[in-house]
Every structure is written in C-alpha cells, then in structure tokens.
Design a binder for this molecule. Structure first.
Ligand code: IPM
Ligand code: MG
Length: 364
C-alpha cells in the first residue's frame, strides 16, 4: 500500500516524539511491504518564527492533499515565550484550531485504557481484583465554546470578556453518530456528557443524542452531567465505554482520563472527518520544560500513528502489531521517565525517548 502523510512535528517535545512515531511507521512499512511518503510542514510556534503566522495556507494545502496528518504538539511556555505576546489569533494554539476547522475534523477520539503493566502508576485507589478500564472519549472538535464569537471590550465602563458556546443540531447529530458507531464496535454503551441543568446547548445536545440513539437500539445510552462525570472518572472509570461530549468538556475530561492511565504521555488521539482522512496527535501538549532533554514519552504519539493505520488506512493487522509492540515493551520493563514509579524500580529499565522508540520497533 502507498500513502502520503503530512507531518507536523511542531514545538517543544513535538519533533522528538514524532521522530519515534516515524521510526515505528518505517518499521511497519519494512515488515508489511508498504510505502509511506512524508511531507514535513510547519504549524504552531515554529510557523510563527518562520512566517509570522501559526498556520499557513501552504500547510493546509499539503494536509488536504495527504491521506493523513501525523502531528506532535504545538505551543510553548505562556509565561516566557514571545509567541504569547502576540494577539490571541496569532498564537500557536490558534493555528491548531484553524487547522481542525479547515480540515473539518469534528470528531476527536481519545482512548484511555489501563495497561496492566502500568497498574502501579494508576493513581486511583486499589480495587479488589485490580483496576481495569477501557474507555474512549468522543469529543466534538470544531464547535462549541471554542468556536463561538469571542471578544474583550469595555461594556458599561468595565472591561468585559465574552466567549460564546454555540451548537446546532447538525453538529451534534454527526458527532453522536460517530459515538454510536464507535460503541457498536466496542461494548455498546454510550454516556453522553453535558451540563443540561444549566446550558441551552446541553439541552439541545441531550435531545439530539436521544434522537440518534433511536437508530442504534443495541446501544445503551445514558446521560451524565459533566461535574458528575469528572468525579465518576476517578471513582469508577470501569463503568464507561464511549463518552460523547462537547469540545470544552471533552478537552478537560480527556486530560483527566489520561492521568488515570498512569501518565498523560500514554493517551493517543484521532481527529476525524467524514471519510477516512484524519489527523493523529497525542492528547498531551508540547511540554516545553522537558523539550530537547530526550526524556519525553513517545508512546502516545506511537499509539496515535497506530490509530492512523487503523482508521485512515484500514491496516488493522499493522495497527494491532504496533499496539502489541508497545504493550510488550512495557511488559519487558522498559519505561520513559514519566512512567518510572517513585518507589521500587527493580525489573525496570529507564529509557530515553529515542531508546523507547527503538525498543518498540524491535518488537514489531
Ligand atoms: C488538546 C489541546 C488543545 C485543545 C489546545 C492546545 C488548543 O489542549 O488538543 O486537548 O484545547 O483542544
Ligand atoms: Mg487538551
């Protein structure tokens, strides 16, 4: 199989982790006889440095003409980086939001499951029989509070900031369909998360999700308020299969879900449109504090590349092989710095970002 991949390494640890995902994809090509053509493009802070804007039309064009996009992470330290002295629409994050919109990537899947090898890193209280959860957050990615009108101006003599949450029924329906389709391939349970006791957007959300549910009689739908969901994720994550929620709630809950897997360095993501095109990036950020030290955890990016094989290229066996290689690497005791337990480290081997990538490749 021959495919084209646009690569956005980005800022901070982005280039380091994307390099490892690239190694893993090369190994997959070698073993299974595929050819992937990569085109590097800039986005985020590095694009600001080169072109004065976080996202150029050229980057959008290359992404649109590719079969998929592999991304690292963007942004810097807001307190010290000059990028954050620019007006908000010119900062690194604005580039990412614009790219998601330009590519119509309205569905963001963020799976969170506990590797049994990392059970000791899970910060949740021990449970009889051990913890064992496997859920996926289906986050709406091109609407809601992120894309409504926003401004800061003086109103009645007071500086006032306004952000607007907007959802129309079509935006809700298409993400609900993705969530139910995802659930049909898993354990057939959807939890729709909203704040319907306060917000109009949430009341419409609940109504439209219920309408979509009627087309999926095999899937069990329940509704949950977002504050309760935040609590349930740390109390009993085993109860969830697919969580479908709006842009802002999904951003927050997915960081929470990643932490209960032991480290935010483990959570992959796929941002999908209609059809097979997708953008694949770890759920975590650019970690400027550890950039260049070679200690970043590449696993979330490697698992994102596996999602690319699965969702954009329909290479299920290859995707399974990458997932299995990550699991085996952990089972063999190899750990990046963030995965090293504070106490007893016997049987474990500390690895740099690049060494961990090598260990994964060796197991494919
Ligand atoms: C994420 C990130 C982004 C978001 C930021 C960088 C704009 O936190 O992908 O979760 O909020 O969507
Ligand atoms: Mg986030």
């Amino acid at each position: 199989m021959e495919k084209t991949i646009a690569v956005i390494a980005g800022d901070g640890i982005g280039p380091e982790i994307v390099r490892e995902a690239g190694k893993v994809l090369d190994r997959v090509c070698e073993k299974y006889g595929h050819t992937f053509h990569y085109t590097d493009v800039l986005m985020g802070g590095c694009s600001i440095d080169a072109f004065g804007v976080p996202l150029t039309d050229e980057t959008i064009r290359v992404c649109k003409e590719s079969d998929a996009v592999l991304m690292g992470s963007i942004g810097g330290d807001a307190a010290t980086s000059p990028w954050y002295k620019l007006e908000p629409a010119l900062r690194p994050e604005a580039g990412l939001l614009k790219l998601r919109k330009a590519l119509n990537l309205y569905c963001n899947l963020r799976p969170a499951y506990l590797f049994k090898e990392l059970a000791d890193s899970c910060p949740l209280a021990a449970k009889e029989g051990g913890r064992n959860f496997d859920l996926v957050i289906c986050r709406e990615l091109t609407g809601g509070l992120y894309f409504g009108e926003r401004y800061t101006r003086e109103i009645d003599g007071l500086v006032t900031a306004v952000d607007t949450a907007v959802y129309n029924e079509n935006e809700i329906r298409r993400i609900a369909v993705k969530a139910f389709e995802t659930a049909m391939k898993r354990n057939r349970r959807v939890t729709s998360v909203d704040k319907a006791n306060v917000l109009d957007t949430s009341r419409l959300w609940r109504k439209v999700v219920a309408e979509v549910a009627a087309d999926y009689p095999e899937v069990e739908l329940s509704n949950m308020l977002v504050d309760n969901c935040a609590m349930q994720l740390v109390k009993d994550p085993e109860q969830f299969d697919v969580i479908v929620t709006g842009n802002m709630f999904g951003d927050i809950l997915s960081d929470e879900a990643s932490m209960i897997t032991g480290s935010i360095g483990m959570l992959s993501s796929a941002s999908l449109s209609d059809g097979t095109f997708g953008l694949y990036e770890p759920s975590h950020g650019s970690a400027p504090d550890i950039a260049g030290l070679g200690i970043a955890n590449p696993i979330a990016t490697v698992l994102s590349a596996a999602m690319m094989l699965r969702y954009s290229f329909d290479l299920q066996e290859e995707a399974d092989a990458v997932d299995a290689a990550v699991r085996q690497t952990l089972a063999d005791g190899y750990r990046s710095a963030d995965l090293m337990p504070k106490g007893d480290t016997s049987g474990l081997t500390a690895q740099s970002c690049s060494e961990l990538g090598d260990r994964i490749c060796e197991r494919i």
